[in-house]
Structures are given as C-alpha cells and as structure tokens.
Write a protein that binds this ligand. Structure first.
Ligand SMILES: *Cc1c(COP(=O)(O)O)cnc(C)c1O
Length: 445
C-alpha cells in the first residue's frame, strides 16, 4: 500500500481511539492525516479531505535530519529487514549494535585530559536513556561508598523526558511535578542560566555562585548534575553561554558529582557543533543521545559513559536496566546509516546555511508588537511571543503558506531537516513570519 489512499473518516476514527502528545482524549486541536512524506515535504489531508503540501519545519521533533524516504536510510532498513528485525540482547549480539557503539564512541566529545566516553547502553527512547543515566549515577556513587547520594542537581527550564525519573529533573514548574505529588522524587534546582544574547559577566558570576552554593549545601545527597548543554529545548528554546557548561563541570568535579549532559535534542550537529558540549569544550561523565540518532526512522537512544564510571559500577555489581527492545537491530542499522551520512561532514555546511537563512528570514518578525524575541542557534530558529501562541490559528496560517510548524507555549520555532535547501528555509521563515503577523499582529494574509 502506498500513499494517496483515500481514508474518509480517518481523523474521526483517530479521535475516537487514540491519545496524542500532551492532549486530552477528545482533543479540540486540529489534526491532519499524513498521506506521504518525501525529502523535506509532508503531504497532508485535513478533516474536510482537502490536501496540503508543506515543508516540515520541525524535522518531526528534531529527528528527521536527512529528510523523509532518504535513499541511504531506506536501503539500510531494507537490508536489515531481510536479515532480522529484532533479537533479544540478553546473551545475543549483532553487528548493527556493535558497529553503532563503536561509531558513537568515536564521535563522542573527547578531551585527552579526561576519561573517554567509551561504553554505550542502547535504549529504546530518549526518556529511557535518561532513566538509565540517573540510575547509573546513583549506582556509581554507591559503588564509591556514597550510597546516600541519590538526588540530582538540575537546571530550571530543563526538559529531559516524560518518564518519572526524567520528569523529576525537568523544570519543577513546567515539568508537571505538581500533577504527580509524591510520585516524582524531589531534586535540587539551580536557576536557569542567563540567556546567551544578554548575559553579562556579572550575570555569569551570580549564576556560578548560585550553582556552587546549591552544590555545596546538598553535595552529600547528590549523585550528579543534569543539564542540556548550551540550548534548553522543550523547556523554552533557551540558548545560554557555553561558559555555564564549564561551570557545571567545575562545580561537579569539586563536589564529587558526575556530569550528565542530555544531548537528545542538541546532538548530531543541530547547534553547529557535532555535540553542543563542543561549544564549551566539556566532556561529561555520561551523555544521552536520541531523537536524530536514527535520522527519525525508528525509536532509539543511547547513553554513553566513561570507562571509569562503567568500571566502578561493574566492580560492585551490574547496571540494573535491560529493556526488551534494547539495541533493536533494525533501529541500529538505520542509525549506522544516519551516522554514516554525518561522518561525511556535509552537515556542518548545511547547518551554517540553514542558520544564516533562519537569521535573515526570521529577522522581520522582531518588528511585530506581539514578538518579544527572535533568535537562532545553529539550525534552530525561534520566534518568541510576548504571550501564548494561538496554536491552531498559527498552525493553520503557516500551513496555508506551505509550512508545517508545531508551536508551544509562547514559541513558534523551527529546526529544519539538514537537507533543506535555501529556498526551503526561505519558505519556512516566510511561513512563520507571515503566520505570526496574520494571527498575532492582525496583518491581512
Ligand atoms: C525529547 C527529549 C527527551 C525525551 O526523549 P523521548 O525520546 O521523547 O523519550 C529527553 N531530553 C531532551 C533534551 C529531549 O529533547
């Protein structure tokens, strides 16, 4: 069966049977059926049956960096499909997993002065990789004779996933903690780092003091520091100075805390460095990657840790985690193809081209009264409103301009696939600026 099927009533059937992300069971937000996707384009149908073609400004939430139906990724999936799609990882191994681990180790941030990220745990989603990272840090501290260190120092404004442990290190206000009371473990939160665009040396010094004070006060109960380096994504698309990542590394070292960097959104080139930690020259003890790992084809994530952390935990026992679909071969095979494309190096120029296109194209939005800020970091562009976005109205207005966006809170943002041409990026920025102007500034379409 191929695209272009006529599925009358599909959206009504969806509404009767399915949940969508962060939505009530009977969502009021509009929904579109995807008929087909190729390159950077989605072919959609609305509930009235009308067709829309749109450039995907979201890379399906950071993941589809090489575009839909990428020939190399399609071929890798088909090749693996004809061998085996899945086998258990207990007592068995396979070349897609081993190759992927070796690739990740080779590309991970490194510094001759620190232990290398040499050991890989393949998890089935970003949130699970964060859970594994948190558990590993606790087990590491216990192995080092500090069993009381079971809490984390995290940043306000952070986002690390939706499972309970991951949720506990998300921003305590936006992170839905209030809805779950005692289910979510209490952690320690440092202030959000100052914004890149406005941070003064005094802001940085004040932030450093706040982090240092919290770490000193709670060190006996803390296993690790957890942060998204350089760019907090789902917690507000907040870009902050790399200097802050170095501060986290120093403070953590001083107090015996591991550093867990969550690069599930920022990894694989999105911010202009292969990993955002590279902007700071920081190597963490534990690194989480996901989202773009398979080029957006299949769900897969990875937690990397240093040989030192792995050895400490293993000398005392074993890492207590093991998902059914750990190291799924189909996902690993596609991930290898995706990383193979990145190893070619063209992403660097792609991200630069997209960044300058986004900066140029989004700039006019700054003149709109409703707009509080416009910013880019790597191939991420953000239009921040002074108030919440009218999500259905802006989504529809952008779609009429041939662009798929999914705003949240007060943000209309884009992270285009790396294969987007200059014209695609122009379409995206024109669509976003036009939609925001139409919906929030009353500029006629
Ligand atoms: C998306 C995301 C996660 C969670 O990944 P899932 O695959 O959705 O579980 C964790 N951390 C960051 C920074 C993310 O952007």
């Amino acid at each position: 069966m191929s695209g272009g099927l006529n599925n009358p009533g599909l959206i009504a059937r969806d509404r009767a049977a399915l949940w969508h992300p962060y939505a009530p069971a009977s969502p009021t937000l509009p929904l579109w059926e995807v008929e087909d996707a190729e390159g950077v384009r989605l072919r959609l149908r609305d509930d009235g049956g009308a067709r829309h073609e749109a450039v995907d400004a979201m890379s399906s939430w950071w993941s589809v960096i090489h575009g839909y139906r990428n020939p190399l990724l399609d071929a890798a999936a088909k090749r693996q499909l004809s061998r085996f799609s899945h086998v258990m990882f207990g007592g068995l191994t396979h070349d897609p997993a081993v190759e992927l681990a070796e690739r990740l180790v080779a590309m991970a941030p490194a510094d001759p002065g620190r232990p290398a990220l040499g050991r890989v745990f393949l998890a089935d989603s970003g949130s699970v990789s964060v859970e594994v990272a948190l558990k590993l840090a606790v087990q590491y501290q216990a192995a080092a004779g500090r069993p009381n260190r079971q809490k984390f120092l995290a940043l306000r404004g952070g986002y690390h996933g939706d499972t309970v442990g991951a949720m506990s290190v998300c921003d305590p206000v936006d992170g839905m903690h209030a809805a779950f009371g005692g289910l979510v473990p209490a952690n320690v939160f440092a202030p959000r780092p100052p914004a890149s665009a406005t941070a003064t040396p005094e802001d940085l010094a004040a932030w450093r003091d706040a982090v240092e004070r919290l770490a000193a006060a709670h060190a006996d109960g803390l296993a690790a520091i957890v942060a998204e380096p350089a760019l907090q994504g789902a917690g507000g698309m907040h870009a902050y100075p790399p200097e802050c990542v170095r501060i986290l590394r120093e403070v953590g070292d001083r107090h015996g805390l591991l550093l867990i960097l969550d690069e599930i959104a920022t990894g694989f080139g999105r911010t202009g460095e292969l990993f955002a930690a590279g902007h700071a020259g920081v190597v963490p003890d534990i690194l989480c990657v996901g989202k773009a790992l398979t080029g957006g084809y299949l769900t897969l994530a990875a937690m990397l840790c240093t040989g030192e952390v792995a050895a400490a935990v293993s000398s005392a026992g074993r890492l207590l985690h093991g998902p059914t679909f750990m190291a799924n071969p189909l996902a690993c095979a596609v991930a290898n193809a995706s990383l193979g494309i990145l190893e070619g190096g063209a992403w660097r120029e792609d991200v630069r081209r997209i960044e300058s296109g986004l900066a140029r194209g989004l700039a006019p939005a700054a003149a709109l009264d409703a707009v509080a800020d416009v910013r880019t970091i790597g191939a991420v562009g953000v239009v921040e409103l002074a108030h919440d976005v009218d999500v259905p109205a802006v989504t529809r207005a952008a779609l009429r301009r041939g662009v798929w966006v999914r705003p949240f809170r007060n943000l209309v943002y884009t992270m285009p696939p790396y294969v987007s041409s200059a014209e695609d990026v122009e379409a995206i920025t024109a669509g976003i600026v036009g939609a925001v102007a139409e919906v929030h500034a009353g500029v006629p379409a």
